[in-house]
Write a protein that binds this ligand. Structure first.
Ligand SMILES: Cc1cc2nc3c(=O)[nH]c(=O)nc-3n(C[C@H](O)[C@H](O)[C@H](O)COP(=O)(O)O)c2cc1C
Length: 197
């Protein structure tokens, strides 16, 4: 079993990032249940170094796809994502969505011909993943239809990943006295989710 941890925990809190705490709670419980799991991580630095697609890069990718060269380094992140059995994405709630670096990462993994393809009836997913978990933490309480949650749910449909779950650790910047308890209850939810896998 291959677990991919997409770690977009860019934070001024460094290792004390609450989003990272949520992810670590999930991953510790997952590792305890699946000691055989091989964990690969995409780091914040990797994502921040990605160049967003412009016309030239899109043309390059299209040419590679036309030639069937999906082993090109431009497809490294897409191949890694498509091969994972289980995916955990962790990112803070920023500006009602998530950091731009994660959006750029999504451009790299959304590879037509590798992660999904089109047929006459529309798109079909080609990813091996069975379950994707999205973990986020926000200063405010959770709003319905949070963009990150909706986006990753729709991406799962596009990629053919059957199960989607998320944990939103909300309200963390409202009353500092309540922050530890709010975060801990979200971490507990994450642990319980991992124990079900
Ligand atoms: C650039 C930036 C944008 C943010 N935007 C929002 C927002 O739109 N809504 C919200 O509830 N909190 C927002 N916050 C607060 C963070 O989501 C919150 O503090 C979160 O717990 C940070 O996670 P971390 O500890 O992993 O850095 C924002 C914080 C930053 C730094």
């Amino acid at each position: 079993m291959k677990l991919l941890f997409v770690n977009c925990c860019i934070s001024q809190r460094g290792e004390s990032s609450r989003t990272l705490a949520l992810a670590e709670s999930y991953l510790a419980a997952f590792r305890a249940k699946h000691p055989e799991a091989v964990v690969e991580t995409v780091t914040p630095e990797q994502m921040l170094a990605l160049k967003p697609f412009d016309a030239a890069l899109l043309n390059e990718r299209d040419a590679l796809a036309k030639a069937g060269k999906f082993d090109d380094p431009l497809y490294d992140l897409a191949r890694q994502f498509a091969a994972a059995d289980h995916i955990v994405v962790a990112a803070p709630y920023w500006d009602m969505s998530y950091p731009a670096a994660l959006r750029t990462y999504i451009e790299y993994i959304s590879a037509n011909g590798l992660a999904y393809h089109y047929e006459m009836d529309g798109s079909h997913g080609d990813c091996a993943g069975e379950h994707l978990v999205y973990l986020t933490s926000g200063g405010d309480f959770e709003h319905e239809d949070s963009v990150g949650v909706v986006h990753w749910r729709q991406l799962c449909t596009l990629f053919g990943i059957g199960q989607f779950d998320y944990v939103f650790a909300g309200g963390l910047d409202i009353d500092p006295a309540k922050t530890p308890a709010l975060l801990e209850s979200a971490c507990e939810l994450a642990r319980r989710l991992a124990e079900q896998d």
